[in-house]
Design a protein around this ligand. Structure first.
Ligand code: PA5
Length: 447
């Protein structure tokens, strides 16, 4: 089970400060439960873990089997909430180098539709030229430019390379029930498709087929992942009192730190496999809380790697930050530092120790140094990187985000700010329907 320790924030804030949020945090939790708060038409994620049925999971696993049997590579096309959760889970659970191994137990998962890099798409499509590949096209709106553009390229390539019939078998759509181009295409082409429920927003959708299908295709056990999320749903339930409700305590602590001028939260890990958990978390919290001219700025670092870059800033820069460290208690493998008779590198003091022990001392040393340097430290521990703990972590952060957003008095479930760049981009590209914006933007650029 994920456990939370906020003791290393005391000294910056007090236990009493945190406890003073008990009422407001639990009221926020109840507002989520009762569906009486802002954005209450997007609360479908709240009971996803406990409400997903065995039949739904079986169906996702059956689709994953078709992709696994017919593809060496599966490209997940999606952006933001339509890919980050899947990527976070897959990368946390995968053997780093399995995609280079000859005999793979599952297709290699690649990602597209999350950028507009021409080189990226060129290099991806040329890599796929001699590969048996499939595509999972994920877009709730079904109209997101980055994803639609990548899918247009991939669909054509898949059909040209593998034939229309096989393409129909290995292309899956996950989108709205009725609206959007992704739905129109899926229905017309007869693709297997899944519906993203209306009441589940992108960044809260990892426990729907949006996350579960790619995770299953990558060879992981989605039943275990959902079981972990269900355990956390229970542990952070509306009737679990504040002192025991770790999502409420997390939300309270970060809001108190924010109030005291700690405007930036850095999510740190000491395991490179968690890099994309950081990316997913930044989207979840950034898009949910950054509005109405307020909200903690979510940043992330991979340690010890970034101790040699951002470490300087964290230790000595402006004291406007706090850190939340995800600590993985046990690694999957055991690797000991060998002894060396010449000891030219001077590392014999580590001989016989596990690499993980060295990492743990780096972690402890960093925590002490950062606290000494004025950085409050929240610690989340998980026993091991496995499906259950990843499921727990996902749900913990989701419900923590909902509670935190309500404490901050924003609507955590909308994202009006992301439309601004789209309007300008469409105007600049002369998209039909944007004629007056096109004219206005051309005038503006002339000045
Ligand atoms: O959380 C969100 O709602 C967004 O990040 C979306 O997931 C992202 O913009 C992609 O949207 P769509 O799934 O409609 O393509």
């Amino acid at each position: 089970m994920v456990s939370l320790n906020i003791e290393k924030t005391f000294g910056f804030i007090s236990k009493e400060n945190v406890n003073s949020y008990a009422e407001v945090a639990m009221a926020a939790r109840k507002t989520l439960e009762d569906g009486t708060g802002k954005g209450n038409d997007f609360l479908g994620w709240l009971h996803l873990p406990s409400s997903i049925t065995k039949a739904q999971l079986d169906d996702i696993n059956a689709t994953a089997k078709v992709l696994k049997e017919n593809c060496e590579v599966v490209v997940v096309a999606g952006i933001g909430g339509s890919y980050l959760g899947a990527r976070a889970a897959i990368e946390a659970l995968s053997n780093y180098f399995s995609w280079l191994q000859e005999k793979k137990k599952a297709p290699v998962i690649l990602y597209a539709g999350n950028n507009l890099g021409e080189d990226y798409l060129c290099e991806l499509t040329s890599f796929l030229k001699d590969k048996k590949f499939g595509v999972i096209n994920i877009s709730k709106s079904g109209t997101t430019t980055e994803t639609a553009l990548a899918f247009r390229l991939l669909k054509k390539q898949c059909e040209d390379q593998r034939g229309k019939e096989m393409a129909r078998k290995v292309i899956v759509a996950i989108t709205d029930a009725k609206k959007g181009a992704a739905r129109t295409t899926a229905d017309k082409e007869g693709y297997k498709s899944y519906i993203i429920p209306d009441n589940v927003g992108g960044r809260f959708s990892v426990l729907t087929p949006v996350g579960l299908l790619p995770i299953a295709v990558a060879g992981f056990d989605i039943e275990k992942l959902v079981a972990g999320a269900t355990a956390m749903e229970k542990a952070c339930g509306v009737n679990v009192p504040f002192e025991k409700n770790i999502a409420a305590i997390y939300a309270a602590t970060r809001n108190e730190l924010y109030k005291r001028g700690k405007k930036i939260e850095i999510l740190a890990n000491f395991n490179p496999k968690l890099h994309f958990v950081g990316e997913w978390w930044k989207q979840l919290y950034g898009e949910s809380e950054g509005k109405d001219n307020k909200g903690i700025f979510p940043a992330s670092v991979d340690l010890t790697t970034d101790l040699h870059s951002m470490g300087q800033w964290i230790q000595d820069g402006e004291r406007s930050i706090f850190e939340t460290v995800i600590s993985v208690e046990n690694s999957d493998n055991e690797l000991r530092v060998p002894s060396d008779s010449e000891n030219l590198d001077g590392l014999n003091f580590l001989a016989g120790k596990r690499v993980d022990e060295v990492n743990k001392m780096a972690e402890l040393g960093t925590q002490l140094a950062h606290v000494d340097g004025g950085v409050p430290n929240i610690r989340l521990s998980i026993s091991k990187l496995e499906e259950e703990t990843i499921g727990e972590l996902i749900y913990f952060f989701e419900v923590g985000c909902g509670i935190s957003g309500y404490i901050l008095e924003v609507n955590p479930f909308n994202q009006p700010g992301v439309e601004a760049y789209k309007k300008n981009m469409f105007a600049l590209l002369n998209k039909p329907g944007y004629e007056s914006e096109s004219k206005a933007i051309q005038e503006r650029l002339k000045k």
